[in-house]
Structures are given as structure tokens and as C-alpha cells.
Design a protein around this ligand. Sequence first.
Ligand SMILES: Cc1cc2nc3c(=O)[nH]c(=O)nc-3n(C[C@H](O)[C@H](O)[C@H](O)COP(=O)(O)O)c2cc1C
Ligand SMILES: Nc1ncnc2c1ncn2[C@@H]1O[C@H](COP(=O)(O)OP(=O)(O)O)[C@@H](O)[C@H]1O
Length: 308
Amino acid sequence: MERLDGSAPVPPHLAGGVVALGNFDGFHLGHQAVVARAVERARAEGRPALVATFDPHPVRFFRPDTAPFRLSTLDQRERLFAAAGADATVVFSFDAAFAALTAEQFVVERLVDRLQVAGVVTGEDFTFGKGKVGDAAGLAAFGNALGFTAETVGAVALHGETVSSTRIRELLRAGDPAGAARLLTRPFAIEGVVQHGDKVGRTIGYPTANLDMGKYLRPAYGIYAVRGHLPDGRVLNGAANLGIRPQFEPPKELLEPFFFDFSGDLYGQCIEVELIEFLRPEAKFDSLDALMAQMDADCARARAILER
Ligand SMILES: Cc1cc2nc3c(=O)[nH]c(=O)nc-3n(C[C@H](O)[C@H](O)[C@H](O)COP(=O)(O)O)c2cc1C
Ligand SMILES: Nc1ncnc2c1ncn2[C@@H]1O[C@H](COP(=O)(O)OP(=O)(O)O)[C@@H](O)[C@H]1O
């Protein structure tokens, strides 16, 4: 899977492609339908299939103070695009110069001159260009004039409900990772490099691999049944605290998974932690012993959930 800079000329073997265009944060069912259509057309016409995404997310550029909201990192999306059959990911760096491009400039300079697209597939509500004045109909009109086809894919609904990143964020904030997973088609997963912490975990029999939540959306703080993916391919069940750990000073926001039946050094490794089920809110107990008794109970529950 190649990653292309959307401001650079496309390498010849990826020119003339069919491009799925969007943010695709989380790559939920609706996003998957857009990319699937682009891949299907590309295969049928013997062209490369590309997925173009914006990084950072345009909202981050226009409203830098917005609380973290991402459902995926670029690396995670790239792996999902590859699994969906894309040949390359095109990254449009969303900076001031990019934001200043008019709809026509974006199409002419980026899609036609640089990427040399044969076709573009978007969701039906896709907008682009300065002031978001470009829409699906506009893209089709540019395509007619400039020699590419533009196609839209309608919103996908599940059980009568439109699938959207906003809805997935609501579910995660409400402590419903299983509901979010249904729309994502996989659990919400936080990827990060394991950091050093206070080294308290090991002294109470629960070493926890500490991850920074970075730009990810903050799901409901609490204890979760989790599944961890290590770089060597191992998959580990566990229980994690996501939050500020009120029992400990100073409060520090972290995702801290304890993996069952595992011992080893994870520091510096990039691991992915899937949130499977919310167990309870995090709490401050009267004593460390009381917390440890609760952690025993949490782990027993998480094991039962993950083994069923
Ligand atoms: C299953 C589980 C449940 C936990 N519940 C809480 C809790 O309710 N409140 C809290 O302050 N810490 C809780 N923790 C503890 C912290 O996540 C963590 O173990 C502690 O901050 C020490 O970690 P460190 O040595 O990695 O810094 C829990 C940890 C696990 C694994
Ligand atoms: N079962 C386990 N689950 C999670 N981490 C483990 C486990 N066994 C060993 N480790 C290692 O121990 C570290 C966590 O130990 P801990 O005492 O909590 O230290 P820290 O405060 O630095 O996180 C992890 O980063 C990992 O390298």
C-alpha cells in the first residue's frame, strides 16, 4: 500500500485511477460503501483504486480548540483502505494553502493535474473547496467538462438509522462500544506507543501498558473489557482503565490495559487496544485493597465477556 502526497504529481503506475474522496474517519459502513464502489469501478476498468483523505481533519484546521474527536489515525485508516482493496492512500495535507483552494482549483490542480483521475466517488453529502461551495453535483459538472466521471454513494442505514461518525462518537461517549462497533463493523480501537508510568501497577499485581489518548475521541471514562493487538500479531484479552485514575495522584489521563495471562516488556511498542464492553465508571476507593478487590472482579467479568 503506497501513501501519496496529494500535492505532488502522481507516479505513473497510479495515474488514471478511480478515487474515493472523503474524510473516512473510522471507516464505518457508509465509508466502506464509498470505497467499495471506487474499488469495484477500478477493477472493472482495469485502473488503480485510490482513497484520498484529509490530514489533519478539516475541523481541526478550522476549529483548533475542538476537543479530540478522531475515531482513527491515518495509519489505521490506511490499513483499512488496503484491506478494502485500495492500491494507494492519497493524503491531502489540510493546511492554510489547501483551505484556500477554491472548488475549481481543487478539482483542476489536485484531482486532474496531480492525480490525473478517471473517476471520483464520494458520499452524496460531500462538499469541498473554499467555503465548502463544491458539492456532488458540482463535482459531476467539473467531471463533464474536464473528462472524469463523478459518482455518489447514498448514506448507509443500519436498523433504520443512518450510519455516521457523529452517531458513533455519541455511542462511545455514552459508554456503548458495542453499539459503535456495529456501525464501524469492528470495535473502536486506540493505537499508540506504550509509555512508562508510575510503576505502581506491577506492585499491586496489575501491570498496565499505558497509552496516551492523543487525538482520539474520549469515550466514556471507565473500566472496559478490551482486546489488545501486539506488533508480533499476538491478540490478548484484558481489562483496562480509561480515564484519569482518581485513586492515584496526580490525575493523569491514560488508557491502561492489563492483559490476561501475559508477561513481557511492552514499553516502546505500538499496540492497538479495542474497546469491547464498558464495565463500570472509574472510581476512588477507600483503600488500595478495596481497589484491588474491585480489579479482581473487573477482570473476572472481562474474561467471561471476552471468552463468550
Ligand atoms: C481493571 C482495572 C480497573 C481499574 N480501576 C481503577 C479505578 O476505578 N480507579 C483508579 O483510580 N484506578 C483504577 N485502575 C488502576 C489504574 O489504571 C492503574 O493500574 C494505576 O494507575 C497504576 O498504573 P501505573 O503503574 O501504570 O501508573 C484500574 C486498573 C485496571 C487494570
Ligand atoms: N500482563 C501485562 N499487561 C500489561 N502490561 C504488562 C503485563 N505484563 C508486563 N507488562 C509490562 O509492564 C508494564 C506496566 O507495568 P506498570 O508497573 O504498570 O508500569 P508503568 O507504570 O510504567 O505502566 C507495561 O508497559 C508492560 O511493558
